[in-house]
Design a protein around this ligand. Structure first.
Ligand code: OFO
Length: 174
């Protein structure tokens, strides 16, 4: 059994993951409107991943006999200045999620809640990978340079990164 305080904090994390899922879905739609197929697919996959992260906490709370709550998701933006600023926003959101996971770990430590501590380890690895991924994306955009002439190449690079990610995931499940 975990504490009420920990259950509340995990429910707040559900809201953060849910917001990420909606934000990335909205970004995917914006990319689609801009004709950026690679970025659309990349953000769509990110959105689905965040949904999985959210549900994983739901399942954990059920397992420890706590009430998982569906969150109220605040309206996320529908428009973005550019691909670069969109990706920067993703990176910033991931950093926020990492900080929140760290806070949960701190609380679990304080409460000697080893079950939750163990559960959260998966998120620690995930956040490290997500931040590294977004740094790679931003480095590529920086390298290519953003402008109407380069968007095609940026989109191709993001598509290639997405394919690599999918292949790595498939290899993990084999
Ligand atoms: Fe689940 O926040 Fe990103 O990975």
């Amino acid at each position: 059994m975990i504490s009420e305080k920990m259950a509340k904090a995990l429910n707040e994390q559900i809201a953060l993951e849910g917001k990420a899922s909606f934000l990335y879905l909205s970004m995917s739609s914006w990319c689609d409107q801009a004709g950026l197929e690679g970025c659309t697919n990349f953000m769509r996959r990110q959105s689905e991943e965040e949904h999985e992260h959210m549900v994983r906490i739901f399942d954990y709370l059920s397992e420890v006999n706590q009430h998982a709550l569906t969150p109220a998701i605040p309206q996320v933006p529908h428009t973005f200045e550019s691909v670069q600023s969109l990706m920067k926003e993703v990176f910033a959101h991931e950093q926020k999620v990492t900080a929140s996971i760290n806070n949960l770990i701190h609380l679990a430590n304080e409460e000697n809640d080893y079950t939750t501590l163990n559960f959260l380890q998966w998120y620690v690895v995930e956040q490290r990978e997500e931040e590294a991924l977004m740094r790679t994306v931003l480095d590529k955009i920086e390298l290519i340079g953003e402008g109407p002439m380069t968007l095609y190449y940026i989109d191709k690079e993001i598509a290639a990164i997405n394919t690599q990610q999918l292949e790595a995931e498939q290899a993990e499940t084999e």
